[in-house]
Design a protein around this ligand. Structure first.
Ligand code: ADP
Ligand code: MG
Length: 728
């Protein structure tokens, strides 16, 4: 149901914070209550089955039919005890949203009775009608079959009365049609590569896990205002709206007290998150008005990402209960900050060591430096692929917009680590090292201060910053599936670590001892990747110039950023590491380009609709009133009096005509160019939307926003920015 601006504003006056009751006073009493966690499995499975299942999960081994039957039966028993009647395979197709198809446990027996049934085969594999999910040409239309396969490493959970089983989604031919499968493969690649490198330092290391701690930003706006703005309701962002007199310039929202209604909503979705085992711990206001952030304790990356996907669903669902709508778009409002999803990333071993945390002694510090320098070098080698991993239509508005990381990929290390790397670069001699050289270097590395953790200089303008014990990838968009960024980051780091191992081993074969070989290889990498390091202000124009001088890429829109996926060497890297085949990469490229065009096309169409059907008619009605006023004045005043009395009105009348004409002209061009774009092939279409149509849409908007400032407030049809951003 849509609303008028004034109906919406009237509704606002009736809003009250909803009452929220916690399941129990202590979160620990209900945390994970709706999850079939290892803890719960122990209760429902025999010791034998439990041990076998854990072994399969930890070693990534196939689960056989009889084991699956046991697990399925236990899962059903647990789920039914919680009131579940249905089950679904829960998966992450390339639409960006999660998907599910519910089936009942209930089975009629044909003799008038019925039973509840859930067997291993139903747990392990399903065949959803997959023909309407994006596949980028991988699945021929005549072969519409796709399969979902159980991911036992991510525990099943209950939402409402449905048992949800996390699964990967593949085509009949075995190609990935989702985010989860390549994500798991990339995590495996970095595990294998990092474990091999760890052997230089600690033979006990047999597994390296990726840890991911995301920080989710979002806007919360009232439902009535949302419904009165077709652009926001349909595209998630305001296509029109003059900047309010007050935006975020006073910086009074950041960390301010959370308004009551918003607080009730947060308590509610946090409780729902906790029931599902999502370890959310922090909540606060963000910089822009009505912008907030939620962040959990970090977890193993595959699970952390499932939790982020679930949380995004929860945000949307719970918001409706509170008559709010959540905007996950990267840039819903011009003139105030956009929303990101920082991905905090680190590697941790089965021995409990975070490989990106400086250690207490020279040996562990050399291990830290190895992973640290290789990560920086990986970003240097594959900055363009990393940029492509965050390229979306929404993020185009955010990156480089003076309040988000620039579209130029660079690494921020902080003073102390920068100095350490400079030191290593200079002080490792080219020739054979003497024992004294080695002792000195190691002592130096050993000095990597423990205080580093507390001391990290937090440069918030860098897209990829080291923050004491992890790297923080800040350029990820708020609506993104973290997997895209994680697939690329883990793959390029795996690729780098494999090369590192090979090069160090080669040096050892030639006669260097292990430490010397590692140090010399690190020195080479430090030199090689120097240009990717930047400690200054990433928002400044100087950086754009400087980056250009350094030869760093700066892709301002998604279609140009995505082109790197066509690079044969990039495809080879992903194939060699068994993450994505060239076919899968091509399909993803096609899907992302198509999605870009489709989303822009919807925005373009709405821009024209709202301009022609809402804004121009309202402006003309107000102009008619002015004209009435002017003709009235003319009939009662002398020529000289009239000239004086009507001058403001006449200027307004002319001003309105000018902007209306500008809007109409630009809108006509948008329509014409849309026609051309939509008749072009995928690549050309996306380029036209980015290069031609987007600037024309901006012209329509600019004229409309100027009109908003000319037209009487009462006559304006769409809720204004100040109403959307400052009511709660
Ligand atoms: P910020 O200053 O960026 O807002 P926060 O303290 O809010 O930082 O968030 C830091 C995030 O980093 C949290 O989500 C936390 O779980 C995550 N984090 C901390 N240590 C690690 C780690 N070793 N691996 C991955 N994420 C981590
Ligand atoms: Mg952060």
């Amino acid at each position: 149901m849509s609303m008028t601006r004034f109906q919406a504003l009237a509704e606002l006056n009736t809003r009250q914070p909803a009452e929220v009751k916690a399941p129990s006073a202590k979160i620990s009493d209900y945390f994970g209550a709706n999850v079939f966690s290892p803890f719960r499995m122990r209760e429902y499975l025999t010791d034998d089955v439990y041990e076998k299942l854990m072994e399969c999960i930890n070693l990534g081994v196939r689960i056989d039919r009889s084991l699956a039957d046991h697990v399925a039966s236990a899962m059903k028993e647990w789920a039914m005890s919680k009131g579940a009647t249905h089950y679904t395979h829960w998966f992450q197709p390339l639409t960006g949203a999660t998907a599910e198809k519910h089936d009942s446990f209930f089975k009629p027996l044909g003799d008038g009775r019925a039973i509840e049934k859930f067997e291993g085969t139903m747990l392990v594999q399903q065949e959803p009608d997959a023909s309407s999910f994006p596949n980028g040409g991988i699945r021929n239309t005549f072969e519409a079959r796709g399969y979902t396969l159980w991911d036992p490493s991510s525990p099943a959970f209950i939402v409402g009365n449905t048992l949800c089983i996390p699964t990967i989604f593949i085509s009949y031919t075995g190609h990935a049609l989702d985010y989860k499968m390549p994500m798991m493969k990339a995590l495996n690649a970095v595990d294998v590569a990092a474990t091999a490198v760890c052997q230089y330092f600690d033979k006990e290391v047999v597994k390296v896990n990726t840890t991911l701690g995301w920080e989710q930003e979002y806007f919360l706006i009232d439902e009535a205002l949302f419904l009165a703005r077709p652009d926001i309701a349909m595209t998630g962002r305001a296509l029109f709206g003059a900047r309010p007199a007050k935006g975020q310039q006073l910086e009074d929202h950041y960390f301010g007290s959370i308004p009551d209604r918003a607080m009730a909503f947060m308590q509610d979705f946090e409780q729902e998150s906790h029931l599902l085992g999502i370890p959310v711990t922090t909540r606060h206001n963000e910089v822009a008005p009505n912008q907030f952030e939620v962040a959990p304790m970090f977890e193993e990356a595959n699970l952390a990402n499932d939790h982020n996907q679930l949380l995004m669903d929860l945000l949307n669902k719970v918001a409706r209960k509170h008559q709010f709508r959540v905007l996950l778009h990267e840039k819903p409002f011009e003139g105030v900050n956009g929303s990101g999803k920082h991905n905090n990333w680190a590697l941790s071993t089965n021995t409990g060591v975070n490989l990106l945390k400086p250690g207490r002694n020279p040996k562990s510090n050399l291990q830290f430096l190895t992973f640290f320098v290789n990560t920086v070098a990986a970003i240097y080698e594959n900055a363009d692929v990393l940029r492509a991993s965050i390229a979306t239509v929404g993020n185009d508005h955010r990156l480089g917009a003076n309040e988000a990381p620039p579209a130029i990929m660079s690494c921020f290390l902080g003073d102390q680590l920068s100095a350490m790397l400079d030191d290593l670069e200079k002080n490792i001699k080219a020739g054979k090292m003497t024992p004294q050289d080695k002792i000195e270097l190691k002592l130096n590395i050993g000095k990597l201060p423990q205080v580093l953790l507390d001391n990290t200089d937090r440069n918030r303008t860098s897209p990829f910053a080291f923050t004491g014990n992890k790297f923080e990838f800040r350029a990820v968009g708020s609506s993104a599936n973290c997997a895209n960024a994680m697939i690329v980051l883990n793959t390029i780091v795996a690729n780098r670590l494999i090369a590192f191992k090979k090069d160090v081993d080669a040096r050892i074969t030639k006669g260097d001892d292990k430490d010397e070989a590692i140090l010399k290889e690190l020195q080479r990498l430090i030199k090689m990747s120097k240009v990717i390091r930047f400690e200054g202000n990433g928002y400044g124009d100087e950086w754009v110039k400087e980056a250009k001088k350094r030869g760093l890429s700066n892709f301002s829109d998604a279609p140009s950023a995505l082109a790197i996926w066509k690079d044969k060497n990039v495809q080879k890297m992903f194939q060699t590491l068994n993450v994505l085949t060239p076919e899968e990469i091509h399909a993803r490229y096609e899907i992302e380009m198509e999605t870009y065009s489709r989303k822009r096309d919807i925005e373009a169409a709405l821009t024209c609709n709202l301009a022609i059907n809402h804004i121009i008619p309202s402006a003309l009605r107000y102009q008619s009133e002015l004209i009435d006023n002017v003709s009235g004045l003319k009939s009662i005043l002398t020529a000289a009096e009239f000239k004086e009395a009507a001058s403001t009105q006449l200027n307004l009348i002319k001003g309105i005509s000018k902007e209306v004409n500008a809007m109409k002209k630009a809108a006509d061009q948008v329509e014409m160019e849309r026609g051309k774009a939509n008749a072009s092939d995928t690549e050309k279409q996306a380029k036209l939307f980015a290069g031609r149509i987007k600037p024309l849409m901006d012209e329509v908007r600019a004229a409309a926003d100027r009109l908003e400032l000319l037209v009487e407030d009462e006559a304006w049809p769409l809720p204004k920015m100040r109403e959307i951003l400052f009511t709660n």
